[in-house]
Ligand binder design. Structure first.
Ligand SMILES: Cc1cc2nc3c(=O)[nH]c(=O)nc-3n(C[C@H](O)[C@H](O)[C@H](O)COP(=O)(O)OP(=O)(O)OC[C@H]3O[C@@H](n4cnc5c(N)ncnc54)[C@H](O)[C@@H]3O)c2cc1C
Length: 270
């Protein structure tokens, strides 16, 4: 099947995209929207191409974070064309998204706005305590990643809002990280994923699970998990209470693997 007829316009400035007409839709890399349109799951009247808007391509470094324009592609991060505030953790994650052709066009902002529960940036940026910046007709809002994704393919973005940037905090020099993504074949979305952030200098510790069919789950008491005083199975079971733990054995294994990687007990495990 092919997409229903639509109009197309390339936007040059952010301002002109913030007052959309009914059924206009922004498009960045078109790696998720295109397939949805081909399946007729999305039928926008007009696509507004935001991929080259300068404000969305800008990267700003500051001492405590890097602000990535939403139209930064996965490949630009993978290739080291952008600064990586995480000393390579983001770069490794980017290189593990889909295939190179998808990474060449797909963007961080598009991935977060699409909010596939199994997407890499959804869990990785939650694990890194990133903040999403959105702009609309009444100004900008800053939204912590954990409040941005509301459900499967559902975000906090308003109809006339655009995701403009993602701010990723710089971890301290002694910080450690683990990210495990289980997939059936290279290039596929995760079947289960987990992240572990250990950042004592900034008193930031976070363990999170992804690919659960909804928003990522941030696990309670990350220090207990990191110090090993609770088992991964017990903590996943508590976090997903009401669900059958057997169905989440891959998430338990992903958490154990991400933890071992963060603790330096195994090679990077993406
Ligand atoms: C074969 C294949 C395999 C894939 N495998 C993976 C994988 O393993 N892991 C993974 O994470 N992803 C995977 N993807 C998805 C890929 O990462 C996409 O690039 C990403 O999900 C969407 O980014 P995009 O820039 O292409 O967004 P688009 O397709 O252009 O847009 C997606 C949605 O977001 C909206 N949107 C885009 N940008 C903005 C913005 N700045 N503000 C507001 N709304 C916006 C659009 O209106 C649309 O609704 C795969 C895709 C394909 C085709």
């Amino acid at each position: 099947m092919k997409a229903a007829a639509f109009e197309y316009r390339r936007a040059d400035t952010l301002a002109e995209t913030l007052l959309p007409e009914l059924n206009d839709k922004p498009v960045a890399g078109n790696q998720s929207l295109g397939p949805m349109m081909n399946l007729r799951l999305a039928r926008p009247r007009r696509l507004i191409d935001i991929a080259t808007i300068p404000e969305l391509r800008k990267i700003v470094e500051s001492p405590d974070h890097v602000r990535f324009g939403a139209a930064t592609t996965h490949a630009e991060i993978e290739d080291g064309e952008t600064p990586d505030p995480t000393n390579g953790w983001m770069r490794a994650a980017a290189g593990n998204i889909a295939h190179r052709a998808v990474r060449n066009r797909g963007t961080m902002g598009g991935s977060l706005a699409h909010a596939d529960p199994a997407a890499d940036w959804v869990i990785v940026l939650t694990g890194l305590e990133a903040t999403v910046i959105v702009a609309g007709p009444v100004g900008e809002r800053r939204i912590p990643m954990e409040d941005f994704i509301n459900g499967p393919y559902t975000t906090d973005l308003g109809d006339s809002e655009l995701l403009v940037a993602i701010e990723v905090p710089r971890p301290g020099s002694s910080a450690r990280w683990g990210y495990k993504k289980f997939m059936r074949q290279v290039g596929e979305f995760a079947k289960a994923s987990a992240t572990v952030l250990i950042d004592p200098e900034n008193d930031r510790h976070r363990c999170a699970l992804g690919a659960l069919g909804g928003p990522p789950v941030i696990l309670a008491d990350p220090l207990a998990i990191i110090e090993g005083s609770v088992s991964a199975a017990d903590i996943v079971s508590a976090a997903l209470s009401g669900r059958q733990l057997q169905s989440f054995s891959m998430h338990v294994a992903a958490l154990e693997s991400a933890l071992a990687s963060a603790l330096g007990q195994q090679e990077d495990c993406a």
